[in-house]
Write a protein that binds this ligand. Structure first.
Ligand SMILES: [Zn+2]
Length: 119
C-alpha cells in the first residue's frame, strides 16, 4: 500500500470531521430512547418483550456508535501527530481505499483480519 498524499489526508480529515458530527447527532438522539424497561408498566407480555428487544437493539447500536466515536477521536489525534494512515499494529500504510470506506480504521486489513481471528 502506498502512503497517503497530503490531498488524500486532507480529504480523509474532512470525512472524519463529518463522521464525528454524524455520530454525535446519532448519540444525542438515541440517548432519549435508552431507559430501563419498567416492568410494572401496564402493558401486555408480548409488547413488553418487544420493548425489551427493541431496547437491547438500541443499546447495541449505541455501544457500536460510541466505539466508533472513540476510534474517530483517536484517528483525529493521530492526524495531529502526523501518524495518521499507519497501522497501529505493523506500522505499514493502511491504504487509501480502506480509509475512504472507514476513515477511523486503526489497523490495516491484514492486522484487522488477524485480530478478528484471535477473538
Ligand atoms: Zn497492520
Amino acid at each position: 500500500m502506498d502512503a497517503l498524499s497530503p490531498d488524500q489526508i486532507e480529504e480523509l480529515h474532512q470525512n472524519l470531521l463529518a463522521l464525528r458530527e454524524e455520530l454525535r447527532t446519532l448519540l444525542s438522539l438515541s440517548s432519549e430512547g435508552v431507559r430501563p424497561v419498567d416492568l410494572d408498566e401496564p402493558i401486555g407480555r408480548l409488547s413488553r418483550m418487544d420493548a425489551m428487544q427493541q431496547q437491547s437493539m438500541l443499546q447495541a447500536n449505541r455501544r457500536a456508535a460510541q466505539l466508533r466515536q472513540q476510534q474517530v477521536e483517536a484517528a483525529l489525534q493521530r492526524l495531529r501527530e502526523e501518524e495518521y494512515g499507519e497501522c497501529l499494529e505493523c506500522g505499514e500504510p493502511i491504504g487509501q481505499p480502506r480509509l475512504t470506506a472507514r476513515p477511523e480504521a486503526p489497523l490495516c486489513l491484514g492486522c484487522q483480519g488477524l485480530r478478528e481471528k484471535r477473538r
